[in-house]
Design a binder for this molecule. Structure first.
Ligand SMILES: [Zn+2]
Length: 587
């Protein structure tokens, strides 16, 4: 919100970026800025540049970058608000986000509700839930630790108990549901698992029924509870996660509790198999490696593979543990013990190996169709692999699997494009510079104003990855530090890179290129996005004629995309020869 942003802006103006960063790394003066060995990757040469004048830092080794708040967030593994509070205190500012008071009040109400659930568990009515918990291996001694509770049967226990807080607040927190004849308790006759935020305060609840459906019921999205940015058990696991730089990722509440009970205390729950980028970002603050341990039946599903890919693309090491068929982590650790569970975790397969195993399980490689399906399936994943060594390895394994030569497999799978794929996030140091990047860099460095190009291009002409930066520039946000603060982590990385990269950019050439090539990208990207599901559907329907046509269109569009994106490629060539022609014609 604007009020909060203004406060952060003032805070940044008062902070001495150089002295703060030099608490963590040794800064050496270099030109108008400073250089340092980057603390975020193994850096032998000083790859990190810090510009106090611009209020930015960027590492040209690993691609991390941003403003001073982002730096402290990264190195101290704190949230934005935690860093802002801490730094504000240092310079004698009191920083309170406008709605902080209200949030605090909501959180204390949630804590009261959690206490009420905990009391219910110990009441006469709670016997069923107590029996259930004890039978699952959660004795009374751990109820308090995990905040376990019981929601009374009937429609209005919470509603009556907290009536003086107001129905609208209880609704807002997802504790009540609006029905035709008024509001009623969301959680009724269920065992309650409070979902805690990073600092251990309840922000939502999961409730397990004793019979009937759905087996688990969660709090809905509320001002406090954002399921996509939270993991179950994160407050209990964070210390161990920081220590080991690793996490064990499971699905359910009881999976987390059983692993913690068994001493595997860096386990967190994704609350479902479909992971979000927000959850990956949260994990990244604490760990480098994640071992995924899902129910064996769910692990190979499309949703769970997508989640693993999100983690992988966020730069985390991803391994997948393989439980025996029909087992889940909770049941397995209870019947076989901590040691057996640990052995399963130790033997987890690297993501790409797991992926190949799941390809094997999904396709019949004794038939031609099966091989074609498998290759089409593999394409999806392959396009997102950044490491050349890993791609080689996958080529080899797939070749083995389907009995083709490595060369043929290579022909079938997409090569690494010269320009980045539209979906591919940047973490790599050698990022491709095309016309968009040149254009943004020029504006971010103040070499041209947005107005100068506004007649030629609009923010919507930029590819998805750069659009957030373009939109902010187009809206008149010229203050670099404000702009960076307004972007997400990926956006900040890009913007700091464009602003600080030591690269001479030809202004006139860039504007010429922009006029010629931009605006084609969004249309191409839109069609590419449409094509993927169509290709999949045609493969499922075994309509190979259609499949072939669509696959060909996709390949052509990819070439067009690269051409439009790549100002130094064929685009320039064509343009020059055309200009040559018009000169001849004119003479
Ligand atoms: Zn670095």
């Amino acid at each position: 919100m604007p009020g909060q942003r203004a406060d952060v802006k003032e805070l940044k103006a008062r902070l001495d970026m150089i002295s703060i960063i030099s608490r963590y790394v040794t800064l050496v003066k270099s030109g108008t800025g400073y250089k340092a060995k980057c603390p975020f990757h193994k850096d032998d040469t000083p790859s990190m540049t810090v510009s106090a004048e611009k209020g930015l830092w960027h590492c040209f080794g690993c691609g991390e970058g941003g403003d001073v708040i982002g730096f402290v967030m990264k190195i101290e593994r704190l949230s934005f608000i935690e860093v802002v509070r801490r730094l504000a205190e240092e310079v004698g500012l009191s920083f309170e986000a406008a709605d902080d008071g209200a949030r605090d009040e909501l959180k204390s109400l949630m804590a009261d509700v959690a206490n009420a659930f905990a009391r219910n568990l110990r009441s006469d009515a709670g016997e069923k839930a107590r029996d259930y918990l004890i039978s699952r291996g959660y004795p009374e001694s751990c109820w308090l630790k995990y905040g376990l509770g019981y929601a009374m049967p009937g429609w209005d226990h919470i509603k009556r108990t907290f009536s003086r807080r107001g129905e609208d607040v209880l609704l807002k927190l997802g504790l009540l549901v609006q029905g035709d004849k008024g509001t009623y308790d969301r959680f009724r006759d269920r065992t309650i698992f409070p979902i805690l935020d990073l600092s251990g305060r309840p922000v939502g609840f999961g409730g397990r029924t004793f019979d009937g459906d759905p087996k688990y019921l969660n709090s809905p999205q509320t001002p406090l509870f954002d399921k996509g940015r939270l993991m179950y058990g994160i407050s209990w696991a964070r210390d161990r996660m920081s220590e080991t730089r690793a996490a064990v990722l499971v699905e359910g509440y009881t999976d987390v509790l059983s692993l913690h009970q068994a001493g595997i205390t860096h386990a967190v729950g994704s609350m479902g198999t479909s992971l979000t980028q927000g959850q990956a970002d949260l994990l990244k603050r604490f760990v480098e490696d994640v071992v995924i341990c899902y129910d064996q039946d769910a692990a190979g599903s499309a949703a769970s593979l997508r989640g693993m890919q999100i983690l992988y693309n966020s730069g985390l090491g991803v391994r997948v543990a393989q439980l025996p068929a029909g087992e889940d982590p909770d049941g397995y650790v209870r019947t076989h013990g901590a040691e057996a569970m640990q052995a399963i975790l130790d033997e987890a397969l690297p993501f790409h190996r797991f992926f190949i195993e799941s390809l094997k399980a999904r396709h019949d490689v004794t038939t031609i169709r099966g091989k074609e399906h498998l290759l089409e399936d593999a394409r999806e994943f392959y396009g997102s692999v950044r490491s050349a060594a890993l791609r080689e390895e996958i080529d080899r394994q797939i070749a083995d699997l389907i009995g083709l030569s490595v060369e043929s497999v290579r022909r079938e799978l997409p090569r690494r494009p010269r320009a980045r794929d539209p979906e591919e996030p940047i973490h790599e140091p050698a990022m491709h510079w095309g016309v968009e990047e040149h254009l943004l860099a020029l504006v971010l460095r103040g070499q041209i104003s947005w107005e100068k190009i506004a007649f030629e291009v609009s923010a919507d002409d930029f590819s998805e990855a750069n659009r957030p930066i373009a939109r902010r520039l187009a809206s008149g946000m010229t203050d670099l530090s404000e702009l960076i603060g307004d972007l997400d982590e990926e956006g900040a990385r890009r913007a700091s890179y464009y602003a600080l990269a030591p690269l001479e950019i030809d202004v006139d050439q860039t504007i010429e290129d922009a006029k010629r090539w931009m605006g084609q990208l969004p249309a191409i990207e839109k069609r590419l996005k449409e094509l993927d599901p169509m290709i999949k559907r045609s493969a499922t329907a075994e309509d190979w004629e259609l499949w072939d046509r669509l696959a060909r269109e996709k390949a052509e569009l990819r070439i067009a995309w690269r051409r439009a994106k790549d100002a130094t490629g064929e685009g320039i060539h064509e343009q020059q020869s055309q200009e040559g022609r018009s000169e001849i014609e004119a003479s």
